[in-house]
Design a protein around this ligand. Sequence first.
Ligand SMILES: *[C@@H]1O[C@H](CO)[C@@H](O)[C@H](O)[C@H]1NC(C)=O
Ligand SMILES: *[C@@H]1O[C@H](CO)[C@@H](O)[C@H](O)[C@H]1NC(C)=O
Ligand SMILES: *[C@@H]1O[C@H](CO)[C@@H](O)[C@H](O)[C@H]1NC(C)=O
Ligand SMILES: *[C@@H]1O[C@H](CO)[C@@H](O)[C@H](O)[C@H]1NC(C)=O
Ligand SMILES: *[C@@H]1O[C@H](CO)[C@@H](O)[C@H](O)[C@H]1NC(C)=O
Ligand SMILES: *[C@@H]1O[C@H](CO)[C@@H](O)[C@H](O)[C@H]1NC(C)=O
Length: 752
Amino acid sequence: MYSHQLQTSILISQCLILGSLLVANGDYLIGVGSYDMTGPAAGVNMMGYANMEQVTGGIHFRLRARAFIVAESKQGPRIAFVNLDAGMASQLVTIKVLERLKSRYGDLYNEDNVAISGTHTHAAPGGYLQYVTYSVTSLGFVPQSFDALLTAIELSIAQAHDNLKPGSIFINSGDLENAGINRSPSAYLFNPPEERAKYARNVDTQMTLLKFVDKNSGKSIGAFSWFATHGTSMSRDNKLISGDNKGAAARFFEDWFMSSNNNISTSRYTRLKPLSGALLRKASRITATGGESCPKADIQSSKVRQNNESRFIGTFCQSNVGDVSPNVLGAFCLDSGKPCDFNHSSCHGNDQLCVGRGPGYPDEILSTKIIGERQFQKAVDLFTSAEDEITGKIDYRLTYLNFTDIDVLLDGNQVVKTCPAALGPGFAAGTTDGPGVFGFQQGDTEINEFWKTVRDAIQEPSQHQVECQKPKTVLLDTGEMFWPYAWAPAILPIQILRLGKLVILSVPGEFTTMAGRRLREAVKETLITYGNGEFNNNTHVVIAGLTNTYSQYVATFEEYKQQRYEAASTLYGPHTLSAYIQEFKKLAQALARGDKNVARGPSPPDLSSVQLSLLADPSGDSPPPGVKFGDTKNDVKNGPFKARDRVNATFWSANPRYDLLTEGTFSVVEILQGTKWISAYDDDDFCLFFEWDGPFYNDDVSYGLATIEWEVPEDALAGVYRLRHFGSFKTTKDSPISYFTGASGGFTVIKG
Ligand SMILES: *[C@@H]1O[C@H](CO)[C@@H](O)[C@H](O)[C@H]1NC(C)=O
Ligand SMILES: *[C@@H]1O[C@H](CO)[C@@H](O)[C@H](O)[C@H]1NC(C)=O
Ligand SMILES: *[C@@H]1O[C@H](CO)[C@@H](O)[C@H](O)[C@H]1NC(C)=O
Ligand SMILES: *[C@@H]1O[C@H](CO)[C@@H](O)[C@H](O)[C@H]1NC(C)=O
Ligand SMILES: *[C@@H]1O[C@H](CO)[C@@H](O)[C@H](O)[C@H]1NC(C)=O
Ligand SMILES: *[C@@H]1O[C@H](CO)[C@@H](O)[C@H](O)[C@H]1NC(C)=O
């Protein structure tokens, strides 16, 4: 009896030891998390195109923060990586997230081992960056955008942390053609011919993917991939919040995983009853339900994809995206339809006429879908064939640099300097993805007397700056502008995260294709040289673009000579890239040698206390006399409808900024099952559009109109449907918040 017990306990302890050994030998603790970060869907300037008229007016699909954490063991080293459906990371967001993580977890997550990266969508709310240049068009700082981001990052990391479980990681990479073209090919040609000869294309086609697999269930819990293409499938005129092509790819990937693993596509709205002729006739008599108040919990429970810990997370991260456009058909003149001028991307001198075309041209939603699908399909290929397991150390290094005056030692022992930040005229010209101000062309190295006068009235550049930035002519001297607070960053973080054979370079900007290649190769060479066999040619080095903070573009020294948009936006002068390479090599050397003593450098400022916010919050909504919020203004027209038809209804509504309905939804398509309506599609679905228009005024009463539009998808089930709207309002700024809902009349969808 006793010996039997002893044997059992020995067995148990052996199992435990074996278990922990397995964790130590190759397995990691892995957690993933995801949280809604959509933000304000009305009246807030979008980040990216710097177009003041481009303010949010609804939602195409919701934005998310998606995170992974990998740890060697419970106490061991770990890294956390968060990918945001946002224009870019922000220094102030990073600072405040780190403060929140510190109060939750002490020193577990800190500036060294956390990376926060943006997908570079140009269709997300702005106003969350702390330097003036990035908040001019949003009328300053927008607390609501900022808070939505902060909360989503914090909670996605918290979810990943709470989910940490033993698991394994696989890496795979492959080429994806046709999801990006070079939008400054003439600048690329300035790079040395022998360097260009090493590469088949003038954009990087490589996608690198990590697949996370749970040890107990053997199921995958998530995948993160890196690939370079701009988030500019949606144009500068779009008003709907959208994750653009990378957000779309993530939506498709997560839905694909759910349906292929849980048979969701047919069970999504529970078992379906066959549609009888009687039901068909009845549907047309189901009238709209008037607006009524509803508990907020109803809104949350109406969401189709509940955020829970068993959710698979698929995410698409940005890389050396500087000169890569998703508008793969090329740029053409709006007037003549002919290709634009090669060197200047203009049409008889007019930059505004030269616009790039996506593969769905002229339908930008279709372009977003196609470029999203191409990335999604490639990720599925890499995911399903990933067999190369990651083993080895987790490690990281970070340093801050003052880019205003870095001494850069060039080959041949010449020492050159970086400069205070400045923008050239090519910046004002914009790009073929979104032309800028009339009168400027990409490639301009001169500005006229008029603009010189304007410039000098704002800030006349110092003589040092003028010389330092050449051949760029300074149009906006952002690095020497400090009123009402700093216009451009001086202090930037650079960071390396290591996960076995994967090395992630967190860069605070948009490296061009060739700039990225030079950086990756320099780091790889350094790692191999100093790594004592830890690194070799199979080490994957990826660039995580737009990470931790934002400082616009980084072009090569040669590309800088042409002063197209990317070069004119390379803030710290012609040697910006060389400075990055020099400093990243130091960091890589420290990592390779296991040297923990990296100089921290100067801390970036926290400018939260001096931010100006000129955009007003909504201060009270009421419906016009005779109607209630949630009533239909225009009901759906009579069906039946079939795949690809568009169905819409317009509701009397209030400003969606009273409650962002985070992890909830403004719009739902419901399907009738027996006597119950069941959610089938919501804000997260690519086929459903929530369009908000307003505010309108009736005397001193303000209100809005919400149109819900559904494009019936190919795989929609035949049945009886209705469109439903949720919203919230306050009657005055200080009154309590009320929630409301309303639904359209019933309509049928038939097959064929
Ligand atoms: C998925 O569900 C459908 C309908 O319930 C069923 O016919 C099919 O066999 C299921 N497929 C799998 C792979 O479980
Ligand atoms: C979690 O979400 C998935 C997909 O949305 C769903 O299939 C599953 O039932 C949910 N689990 C719980 C516990 O809510
Ligand atoms: C573009 O500029 C380069 C040099 O700057 C010049 O050699 C070339 O001829 C120009 N191409 C066109 C099509 O104008
Ligand atoms: C960066 O360096 C410049 C030049 O030395 C200095 O004037 C400036 O104060 C520094 N910036 C910050 C934010 O420390
Ligand atoms: C390193 O790998 C690349 C492709 O990943 C290959 O083209 C190159 O020849 C390899 N170099 C060596 C020295 O093995
Ligand atoms: C809604 O549908 C009607 C009828 O098909 C159409 O005339 C109208 O333009 C649509 N409205 C919107 C906002 O899409």
